[in-house]
Design a protein around this ligand. Structure first.
Ligand code: PEP
Length: 237
């Protein structure tokens, strides 16, 4: 990945299509992946010219009697190129485990989409290396990791305004890269992003100082001015 990737995870926001289209325009730049709720994917795709579109989740099967689920085939037809898989909110509130996450990644790859696998320790100050390694190795399984983007998102930093220290994040990035290199052929080629309370003040340091290849931005990606600054800061490096 040459340029840093900035993935905007809107979560279950905003409330209307009009708002979604306005927010999307502020992120419409090459290198940005906008991940709106399913309901707004089509409108956002039609509105933007340079940004790519991603989904926040999908099901592990392509079709069938799975009420309420969304297939990666549908996402591809809507113009998505990326799918976030295994976000900590999915793990926590919807009971997603590494086995299901691996199945989802498999079906996403089969559809020619790029999965963004979220991993991260569950608690602060525990080291968290076991959580990270398990989520990474069980999530990827025997799939080709160079086709998967890894997003390191420590749970304590998500949606809390308590970003992970840049030095600490860098240590975790080095650990993840080592696990990738040891366990997978061409593992070192997988891109690793940072996510967790990213804002315009800290965004560039995760890339410049800690060496991440991009960012996963949640709350700040919905704030038009803030997101513009994040994009400006990252792409002027
Ligand atoms: C996220 O939703 O993945 C995230 C990192 O959220 P926030 O930026 O709000 O912490």
């Amino acid at each position: 990945m040459e340029n840093p990737l900035i993935v905007a995870n809107w979560k279950m926001n905003p409330q209307t299509t009009e708002e979604a289209k306005t927010i999307a325009l502020s992120s419409d730049r090459k290198g940005v992946v906008i991940c709106p709720p399913f309901a707004f994917i089509k409108s956002v795709k039609e509105r933007v010219k340079k940004a790519e579109i991603g989904a926040q989740n999908c099901f592990s099967e392509k079709k069938g009697a799975f009420t309420g689920e969304t297939s990666p085939v549908m996402l591809k037809k809507l113009g998505c190129r990326y799918v976030i898989i295994g976000h900590s909110e999915r793990r926590e509130y919807f009971g997603e485990n590494n086995n299901l996450i691996n199945k989802k990644i498999k079906v996403v790859l089969k559809e020619g989409l790029t999965p963004i696998l979220c991993i991260g320790e569950m608690k602060k100050d525990t080291g968290g290396m076991d959580d990270i390694k398990e989520q990474l190795v069980e999530g990827v399984g025997d799939l080709q990791v160079k086709k998967i983007i890894i997003a390191y998102e420590p749970i304590f930093a998500i949606g809390t305004n308590l970003p992970c220290d840049v030095e600490e994040a860098e240590k975790k990035k080095v650990f993840i890269k080592n696990v990738l290199a040891k366990n997978y052929s061409k593992g070192e080629q997988a891109a690793v992003l940072y996510g967790g309370s990213v804002n315009s003040k800290n965004a560039s340091s995760y890339i410049k100082k800690a060496g991440f290849q991009g960012l996963l931005v949640g709350g700040a990606s919905l704030k038009i001015k803030e997101m513009k600054k994040i994009i400006e800061n990252v792409y002027s490096l």
